[in-house]
Ligand binder design. Structure first.
Ligand code: FPP
Length: 232
């Protein structure tokens, strides 16, 4: 228990394949995936994990058919409206990503849930919505440009820390562990800055079938890794 990852990133992949195997529409897979996020994050919080970031919608997911995008947005809306999300578990919910492309309705619910959970002192769950790792780095550079223009910093000040302070998760440790189920082995523009030294855990299980036992296995595997951060 004294070697838990502080920050775990989860790429909730395989919802569509889970649904297809059961002859269900893709939206049923997304619903089951959203439900599983509650189960896994509740379990992770009880285990003592401090930060979870879940990839709910990427900057590239707009390329999906309009019907699927609409279904995902509706699902997000009802998820955010559910005041019982991890209720009683002292979880703070925060949303990261470019909110300018999200509807007013979703933006309002994000404000409500963030405010409603802001004084909770357990785990922090970041929901990545319209999130892209590259877009996040571009945002940091733009913020830095503004600060240079306003004379707050100068070129010589630019360093890794200044970028880390301007990403969406400035006060959060880098991702120690990134979990991606469903057989794909790629980062897909998730937490690019924060994953420089992340450990990865892959499995063939589709996200809705990913259980607390699988999560425990990922943590145990992580604890067996020798993290050297470029040292020896
Ligand atoms: C990838 O599965 C998953 C997504 C693009 C979105 C993940 C979204 C959810 C779990 C639901 C919304 C989240 C919340 C928190 C309400 P896929 O559709 O690419 O699956 P496939 O690769 O099998 O087709």
């Amino acid at each position: 228990m004294n070697n838990l990852p502080r920050h775990v990133g989860i790429i909730m992949d395989g919802n569509g394949r889970w649904a297809k195997k059961r002859g269900l529409p893709r939206s049923a897979g997304h619903r089951a995936g959203a439900q599983n996020l509650k189960t896994i994050s509740e379990f992770a919080g009880e285990m003592g994990i401090k930060y979870i970031t879940a990839y709910a919608f990427s900057t590239e997911n707009w390329k999906r058919p309009k019907e699927e995008v609409d279904e995902l947005m509706n699902l997000l809306l009802s998820y955010l409206r559910d005041k019982k999300i991890l209720s009683g578990k002292k979880v703070t919910i925060k949303v990261i990503g470019d909110r300018s492309a999200l509807s007013d309705e979703i933006n309002k619910e994000i404000d409500v849930i963030e405010d409603y959970t802001k004084n909770n002192d357990g785990m922090v769950m970041y929901l990545a919505i319209n999130y892209g790792g590259r877009q996040e780095i571009v945002k940091s550079i733009k913020d830095m440009y503004d600060d240079i223009k306003e004379g707050k910093i100068e070129k010589a000040d630019i360093c890794e820390n200044l970028i880390s302070e301007r990403i969406y998760t400035p006060d959060v440790p880098d991702a120690d562990l990134i979990i991606r189920p469903s057989g794909e082995k790629r980062l897909s523009n998730f937490l690019m800055w924060q994953s420089a030294y992340s450990e990865f855990w892959f499995s063939d299980i589709n996200w809705p079938d990913f259980t607390t036992a699988d999560f425990t296995q990922a943590i145990l595997d992580y604890q067996g890794r020798n993290r050297r951060f470029g040292g020896v």
